[in-house]
Design a protein around this ligand. Structure first.
Ligand SMILES: [Zn+2]
Length: 219
């Protein structure tokens, strides 16, 4: 099975991706990670991308797809199942993914979008606190009032801290970019009858069960 997973920042896509990869034995392709590692390893495309990034220029679709393809080619002998995370991000990339899958004799991708209302995301992200000792993540909206200031698990109740990025302003900007970038892509998949959406609100275990429900319908 090949899966394309969409989800706005703060929706818990990373957690769901990890779990779905474990259950269905998918190889997780995080496009951001793949681009960074191509740059680090100085692959042919990596060098070209590094130059563009250095000049603050956008990486063209062909190059992003090239990096995705490098990843698929490198792992293809071990697996025929990938999870595409952060790709496709533009309309041309949709077609490029289809061709890439075909070229590597892989099955067409199942496309799933985790849907969480923006208000919910704001609540989740701005309520997020991290223990300064154990790095466990808490949400103050889910905690008792007395427990808000400190970690209840660590000895000595170390303080909970908020990450600099977990503010309404940062999140709003990331959501704006996500919607602007992703909506045309989702729309295209929807028009092709390929898009499955799931309710991404509530408990992560429940979200995971919904996701598995969709995937088991496909296979
Ligand atoms: Zn702790």
């Amino acid at each position: 099975m090949n899966l394309v997973l969409f989800g706005p920042p703060g929706a818990g896509k990373g957690t769901q991706a990890q779990r779905v990869c474990a259950r269905y034995r998918l190889k997780h392709l995080s496009t951001g990670d793949a681009i960074r590692s191509a740059i680090r390893e100085e692959t042919k495309i990596g060098r070209l991308v590094a130059e563009l990034v250095e000049h603050g220029e956008l990486v063209p679709d062909d190059m992003v797809t090239g990096i995705v393809e490098e990843f698929v080619a490198r792992n293809r002998s071990q697996t025929d199942s990938f999870l595409f995370d952060g790709y496709p991000r533009t309309l041309p990339q949709i077609e490029q993914l289809d061709s890439l899958l075909e070229a590597h004799r892989l099955t067409p991708a199942v496309v799933v979008s985790l849907e969480v209302p923006d208000d919910d995301l704001v609540r989740r992200v701005t309520g997020r606190r991290i223990c300064s000792e154990c790095r466990r993540v808490f949400n103050i909206h889910a905690l008792d009032r007395q427990a808000i200031a400190s970690c209840e698990i660590c000895h000595g109740s170390p303080p909970l801290i908020q990450r600099k990025d977990d503010t309404v302003e940062t999140l709003s900007e990331r959501l704006r970019i996500y919607h602007a970038q992703t909506e045309p892509v989702l729309h295209q998949y929807e028009m092709a009858g390929k898009l499955a959406t799931i309710d991404g609100t509530g408990d992560p275990d429940e979200v995971f069960e919904r996701l598995c429900g969709i995937l088991s319908e496909q296979y």
